[in-house]
Design a protein around this ligand. Structure first.
Ligand SMILES: [Mg+2]
Length: 200
């Protein structure tokens, strides 16, 4: 098979770019925005809380976008994606993030193909809801590629990446939390993206 037979499924936040909601929490001073799926395991419930908090504090989607304009990809993230492409991998970003928040960062990463969700806004500019990408989980694109006979590399850092990493031909956790590590002792954990390039 040719160069198109290798797919890299890469998580975004915590792997290629910093977590976005903590950045929003810091800049707005809204402590409750630090909550993650560790505190509220249901992602949609977590998002509904985040949306309600933004509205309560009078923060619009464009305010959030202004805050996130200062966030940059991790050092080495662009080089990592370029190295994967040089080795014949098609790169897909598989993220539970939202285009309206992540697009400038995705642009900085070279506009890789991205599977993530969308936010909706009301006529006053407040975030009003989530338009979720129709997929069962992050493992769906992995399963599809495997069924087509492709070799799949998957890289993530958190609980919601574990299934995707387990299904892939090769899966790596990058700098996972202790609790993620405990939940997936079978997965290879690395400290940097460069380390992955040595192992594939
Ligand atoms: Mg992540």
């Amino acid at each position: 098979m040719g160069a198109l037979s290798k797919l890299a499924c890469i998580d975004l936040e915590g792997v290629l770019v910093p977590e976005l909601w903590p950045a929003i929490a810091v800049r707005t001073g809204i402590r409750e925005l630090f909550a993650t799926t560790r505190e509220i395991p249901d992602y949609d419930a977590l998002m509904r809380q985040r949306i309600a908090l933004l509205r309560e504090h009078g923060i619009t989607l464009s305010d959030v976008q202004r805050i996130l304009a200062t966030v940059e990809p991790f050092a080495g993230a662009v080089a990592f994606l370029q190295a994967l492409e040089a080795r014949g991998y098609r790169v897909n970003i598989i993220s539970d993030c939202f285009h309206e928040l992540a697009d400038p960062l995705l642009q900085a990463l070279g506009e890789p193909t991205t599977w993530c969700h969308r936010l909706t806004a009301d006529s006053h500019g407040f975030v009003s809801g989530c338009d979720y990408y129709p997929r069962r989980g992050k493992e769906e694109p992995v399963d599809k590629a495997l069924a087509e006979g492709q070799r799949v590399l998957a890289v993530g850092d958190a609980f919601n990446d574990i299934n995707m990493l387990r299904r892939a031909t090769q899966g790596f956790l990058v700098n996972p939390s202790i609790s993620t590590l405990d939940a997936a002792p079978d997965l290879r954990a690395v400290e940097s993206l460069e380390e992955i390039l040595e192992l594939i």
